[in-house]
Design a protein around this ligand. Structure first.
Ligand SMILES: Cc1cc2nc3c(=O)[nH]c(=O)nc-3n(C[C@H](O)[C@H](O)[C@H](O)COP(=O)(O)OP(=O)(O)OC[C@H]3O[C@@H](n4cnc5c(N)ncnc54)[C@H](O)[C@@H]3O)c2cc1C
Length: 481
């Protein structure tokens, strides 16, 4: 049971460590920062802060509609956690019947990757319930509940490159090494952002700003309401730095796991006993590269620097503790070497927007929102695909800003799947379209008719279930809540 909503818990956290004791005590001291004029670096239609899956999709979608678009990112690459966080397992984009639900930008970006940069089931296998096929893909993270799904693992460098190319082709202007520090507020609405950089503090003015930071940095600082409650036992708020190892023989390891389950669970038990938190290796896009997206550490805040620092230290220590045991005991890992610890710390949850239409567990009943901007696969076959409404990325009161990605408006258990990479591409694309339309018309994002956003999304290849204008009404019930 999730404590937030009384529902069933799907993915558990590994450990809950109260982090408060790791934090420095408050000094009670302050310093005064003097007021000063800040140079305006640029003036644009749409400013996207954060170049993760949501921000990249938003920037490309907005620029394609003719908006002058700037994408500002604190690191040196695009893709956010899907590249810099080494979260290279792109979760399900298909429904349990194998139909492709998350399309548009997601489909286009993945289609750009060369064949040797993607590992996943072929299209004809999506939705297959054949026991042998599902068992084979289950070990390679592409089958769940006995069903083969479209959830490939990808090469992070190729994903970065494809993201860059899509931005360049659309005319997105990139600003790397720029940390979005403060929203600029005019008459209570967001009108751009101040960023911190090697050039000092500078400003970008914008008609519409998209907060793609994943942590709601901009909307929180602009005063928008948000939730940051966590369910201690649920995975959704766990943090850790992922890593990859090279020099492994994944097929040999996976065969061992499948053929000697007793030996494997004994290996895991001994590892847990020796190391404390011990994780399974995941298959990656290459047979000689292993992926670790845990151990998942709970009880830390994603917006407190002492907590972030502690998670980095623990994760890096755990990586080497794992390496010693895997090398010594796991078939296929004798020659493993540390390849990369993720440049970006893995944060699943920091803040969730107080949005106009939050997705709650009630939405898992198959309702289709009249303001649908996309369709998410559900957590389990017992649930219907989930309608994602425009109001999930629209703040209740704050104007001038949209908030796609993992900090959107939803309850804690719906967050478990709405934060996944494909869903962030989905909400990001919708935010970009809405931002460009709002900027072009000189209106607030909430004033853009949802039908116009839906039409533009469809034109960009997104999948929506509402009937196209002039066509016969579909047979599903429409809800507008
Ligand atoms: C360990 C782990 C495992 C996961 N497993 C999976 C999985 O198997 N499959 C799956 O699909 N999803 C998985 N997820 C979830 C998924 O990776 C994220 O939820 C998703 O990447 C969020 O996308 P986003 O664009 O909202 O944010 P992010 O990916 O976090 O991107 C945000 C970007 O904004 C930048 N940024 C942040 N703040 C600022 C600022 N103030 N100024 C400038 N730039 C800023 C960051 O540098 C980053 O590039 C996992 C997450 C974690 C942590």
């Amino acid at each position: 049971m999730g404590t937030n909503d009384g529902g069933r818990l799907f993915f558990r956290s590994e450990v809950f460590t109260p982090a408060a004791r790791l934090r420095r005590p408050a000094t009670g001291l302050t310093v005064r920062e003097e007021a000063r004029d800040i140079p305006v670096h640029a003036d644009c239609d749409v400013l996207v802060v954060g170049g993760g899956p949501a921000g990249t999709a938003a920037a490309v979608a907005a620029a394609r509609l003719g908006a002058r678009t700037i994408l500002l990112e604190r690191h040196n690459h695009l893709g956010g956690l899907s590249t810099g966080g080494l979260v290279v397992w792109i979760d399900r984009m298909t429904g349990w019947d194998g139909s492709l639900l998350i399309r548009g930008f997601a489909e286009e970006l993945l289609a750009r990757l060369p064949a040797d940069a993607v590992a996943g089931p072929p299209r004809e296998a999506w939705g297959s319930r054949d026991a042998a096929t599902a068992a084979w893909w289950a070990l390679r993270t592409a089958a769940f509940h006995g069903t083969v799904t479209h959830s490939p693992t990808v090469c992070p460098e190729h994903l970065k490159a494809a993201s860059l190319e899509l931005c360049a082709e659309a005319g997105v202007e990139l600003l790397f090494h720029a940390w979005g520090a403060e929203p600029i507020l005019r008459d209570g609405a967001v009108a751009g952002a101040i960023f911190e950089s090697k050039q000092g503090r500078r400003a970008v003015l914008a008609r519409v700003t998209v907060d793609g930071t994943g942590d709601g940095d901009l909307y929180a600082r602009a005063g928008a309401a948000f939730a940051d409650d966590v369910d201690e036992r649920d995975i959704h708020h766990c943090m850790n730095t992922s890593w990859t190892w090279g020099g492994v023989d994944m097929p040999r390891y996976l065969a061992w796991r499948a053929e000697s389950p007793g030996e494997f669970s004994e290996f895991m038990r001994r590892g847990k006993e020796a190391v404390g938190f011990f994780d399974k290796a995941f298959a990656s896009w290459r047979d000689d590269v292993a992926l670790f997206m845990g151990p998942r550490l709970a009880g830390y805040s994603a917006v407190m620097v002492d907590d972030l620092s502690a998670v980095e230290v623990i994760s890096h220590r755990l990586m080497f503790a794992h390496l010693a045991r895997y090398r010594a005991e796991a078939p296929g890992f004798e020659g493993a070497f540390p390849m990369l610890s993720a440049p970006q710390l893995g944060v699943r949850h920091a803040r969730r927007l107080a949005g106009v239409t939050p997705v709650t567990r009630a939405w898992w009943d198959g309702r289709v929102s009249a303001e649908e901007i996309g369709v998410s696969p559900s957590l389990a076959p017992a649930f219907a695909p989930v309608s994602v409404p425009y109001g999930a990325i629209l703040p209740v009161a704050l104007d001038g800003l949209l908030a796609p990605g993992r900090h959107l408006a939803c309850d804690a258990t719906s967050h478990s799947f709405l934060r996944e990479i494909p869903q962030c591409w989905l909400t990001g694309q919708a935010a970009g379209v809405a931002a460009a339309l709002a900027a072009g018309r000189g209106v607030a994002p909430r004033a853009v008719p949802v039908g116009d956003i839906q039409a533009a999304l469809r034109a960009q290849g997104a999948f929506l279930r509402l009937p196209a204008e002039g066509s016969a009404p579909a047979s599903f019930a429409l809800h507008n809540d």
